[in-house]
Design a protein around this ligand. Sequence first.
Ligand SMILES: NC(=O)c1ccc[n+]([C@@H]2O[C@H](COP(=O)([O-])OP(=O)(O)OC[C@H]3O[C@@H](n4cnc5c(N)ncnc54)[C@H](O)[C@@H]3O)[C@@H](O)[C@H]2O)c1
Length: 248
Amino acid sequence: MKSAIVTGGGGGIGEGIARRLQAVGYRTGIFDRDLEQARKVAAKIDGAMAIQVDVTDPQSATDAVAEFGGEVAVLVNNAGITAAGGMAQPPDVFRRILDVNVTGAYIMMQAVVDQMKALGGGAIVNITSSAAIAAVPLIGAYGPSKAALSNLTKAMALELAPCGIRVNAVAPGFVAAGLGARSIEDPALYASRVAQVPAGTLGTAKDIADVVHFLCSEESRYVHGQEIVVDGALTLTAQTRTFDTGST
Ligand SMILES: NC(=O)c1ccc[n+]([C@@H]2O[C@H](COP(=O)([O-])OP(=O)(O)OC[C@H]3O[C@@H](n4cnc5c(N)ncnc54)[C@H](O)[C@@H]3O)[C@@H](O)[C@H]2O)c1
């Protein structure tokens, strides 16, 4: 049985991804810094296993992969953090966001790549964000970290394609889970976010998990280095201008 690792699997989107990968036949590892949370999620998914990891620590990553064991064919780099603050964001917070969101994903790729090579291939999916594509103010390093992860996805795809390892990314927009869960409890925030999304609803963890599953599957066997934006057209609104075509 092939195995899949979902970092940040104890969180809202991670749970959805783990649920989906286990359902399609992977022995799934819920890797999270918060072991209690990972255990809670694993308890809900028959066959899944909770493993503690700090993705920013290479030794922790290596130990966690060894503890999980098995043949790791899929890695989903989903662990991520954010913090408020534009220019006011302290440099140590800025650095920490880059460390988890970018370096952490790199460290996890390093921890599994030899196994994937030995298997003859694998799939890595990095969870970026619409904030990687359209700049968002007042979130400090979050957008830049996700933009860096997008670029790392392409660089790693080039490096690892000859080994049969495909590296791709999924960029969620507003998701009503995990970091976005606050929007469910705050009606005003919910309404303001929905109003920005042309598709008229916020995303769900399942919306993200479905696309992650596609990028891990045989159906995407020739897809390398791509970032699929899953955001109900939110990002397009920042990339396009509406022309008044008038009557002439
Ligand atoms: N929710 C959204 O609206 C949204 C939108 C775009 C992108 N994303 C991205 O989706 C991913 C999942 O986010 P979520 O919304 O489910 O948030 P979440 O906070 O529910 O989940 C993130 C998980 O990562 C774990 N984590 C944090 N630092 C870690 C570390 N050093 N090592 C291991 N685990 C660590 C946390 O414990 C948590 O369980 C993140 O990368 C986030 O940036 C979320």
